[in-house]
Design a protein. Structure first.
Length: 92
Protein backbone atom coordinates (compact mmCIF):
# COMPACT_ATOMS: atom_id res chain seq x y z
CA UNK A 1 0.00 0.00 0.00
CA UNK A 2 1.48 3.34 -0.93
CA UNK A 3 2.35 5.64 1.95
CA UNK A 4 -0.01 8.30 0.56
CA UNK A 5 -3.02 5.93 1.06
CA UNK A 6 -2.19 5.01 4.67
CA UNK A 7 -3.99 6.99 7.34
CA UNK A 8 -1.54 8.98 9.52
CA UNK A 9 -2.86 7.40 12.75
CA UNK A 10 -2.74 3.79 11.53
CA UNK A 11 0.28 2.87 13.64
CA UNK A 12 -0.19 5.46 16.38
CA UNK A 13 1.12 4.06 19.67
CA UNK A 14 2.69 1.04 17.99
CA UNK A 15 6.04 1.80 19.60
CA UNK A 16 4.62 1.23 23.09
CA UNK A 17 4.39 -2.04 24.93
CA UNK A 18 0.86 -3.32 25.53
CA UNK A 19 -0.15 -3.25 29.17
CA UNK A 20 -3.15 -5.36 30.13
CA UNK A 21 -5.63 -3.61 32.41
CA UNK A 22 -6.47 -5.75 35.48
CA UNK A 23 -10.26 -5.39 35.14
CA UNK A 24 -11.00 -8.28 37.50
CA UNK A 25 -8.97 -6.64 40.29
CA UNK A 26 -10.45 -3.19 39.64
CA UNK A 27 -14.03 -4.47 39.68
CA UNK A 28 -13.51 -6.67 42.76
CA UNK A 29 -12.16 -3.67 44.66
CA UNK A 30 -15.10 -1.54 43.51
CA UNK A 31 -17.60 -4.27 44.43
CA UNK A 32 -16.08 -4.96 47.85
CA UNK A 33 -15.62 -1.35 48.92
CA UNK A 34 -16.98 -0.08 52.20
CA UNK A 35 -20.48 1.34 51.86
CA UNK A 36 -21.75 4.33 53.78
CA UNK A 37 -24.75 4.00 56.09
CA UNK A 38 -26.88 5.81 53.53
CA UNK A 39 -25.87 3.41 50.75
CA UNK A 40 -26.47 0.40 52.98
CA UNK A 41 -29.93 1.65 53.98
CA UNK A 42 -30.82 2.12 50.31
CA UNK A 43 -29.60 -1.41 49.53
CA UNK A 44 -31.70 -2.84 52.36
CA UNK A 45 -34.77 -0.93 51.17
CA UNK A 46 -34.39 -2.22 47.61
CA UNK A 47 -33.94 -5.76 48.88
CA UNK A 48 -37.16 -5.56 50.90
CA UNK A 49 -39.05 -4.12 47.90
CA UNK A 50 -37.85 -6.91 45.61
CA UNK A 51 -38.77 -9.55 48.18
CA UNK A 52 -42.28 -8.16 48.66
CA UNK A 53 -42.80 -7.92 44.89
CA UNK A 54 -41.64 -11.53 44.48
CA UNK A 55 -43.97 -12.66 47.26
CA UNK A 56 -46.93 -10.90 45.60
CA UNK A 57 -46.19 -12.64 42.28
CA UNK A 58 -46.07 -16.01 44.02
CA UNK A 59 -49.39 -15.36 45.77
CA UNK A 60 -50.96 -14.13 42.51
CA UNK A 61 -49.99 -17.42 40.89
CA UNK A 62 -52.00 -19.21 43.59
CA UNK A 63 -49.00 -20.77 45.27
CA UNK A 64 -49.03 -20.91 49.05
CA UNK A 65 -45.36 -20.39 49.73
CA UNK A 66 -43.70 -18.14 52.24
CA UNK A 67 -40.02 -17.85 51.64
CA UNK A 68 -38.21 -16.48 54.62
CA UNK A 69 -36.31 -13.54 53.28
CA UNK A 70 -32.67 -13.97 54.22
CA UNK A 71 -31.47 -11.71 56.95
CA UNK A 72 -29.46 -8.91 55.45
CA UNK A 73 -25.78 -9.23 56.07
CA UNK A 74 -24.34 -6.29 57.91
CA UNK A 75 -20.64 -6.18 58.41
CA UNK A 76 -19.27 -4.43 61.46
CA UNK A 77 -17.20 -1.39 60.71
CA UNK A 78 -13.65 -2.63 61.11
CA UNK A 79 -10.72 -0.36 61.66
CA UNK A 80 -8.81 0.17 58.44
CA UNK A 81 -5.89 -2.20 58.22
CA UNK A 82 -2.44 -0.73 58.09
CA UNK A 83 -0.53 -1.76 55.01
CA UNK A 84 3.07 -2.68 55.56
CA UNK A 85 5.71 -1.06 53.48
CA UNK A 86 8.21 -3.27 51.72
CA UNK A 87 11.57 -3.18 53.44
CA UNK A 88 14.45 -2.76 51.02
CA UNK A 89 17.67 -4.56 51.72
CA UNK A 90 19.99 -2.01 50.15
CA UNK A 91 22.41 -2.17 53.10
CA UNK A 92 23.68 -5.60 52.08
Amino acid sequence: VPLSEVHPHTFKGANQRFKAIPWRKIESERHNRERSDKEEALRQKRLRQKDSKRQKKIEAAGIDYDFGAPAAKTQPKAAPSKKRKAVSNSAQ
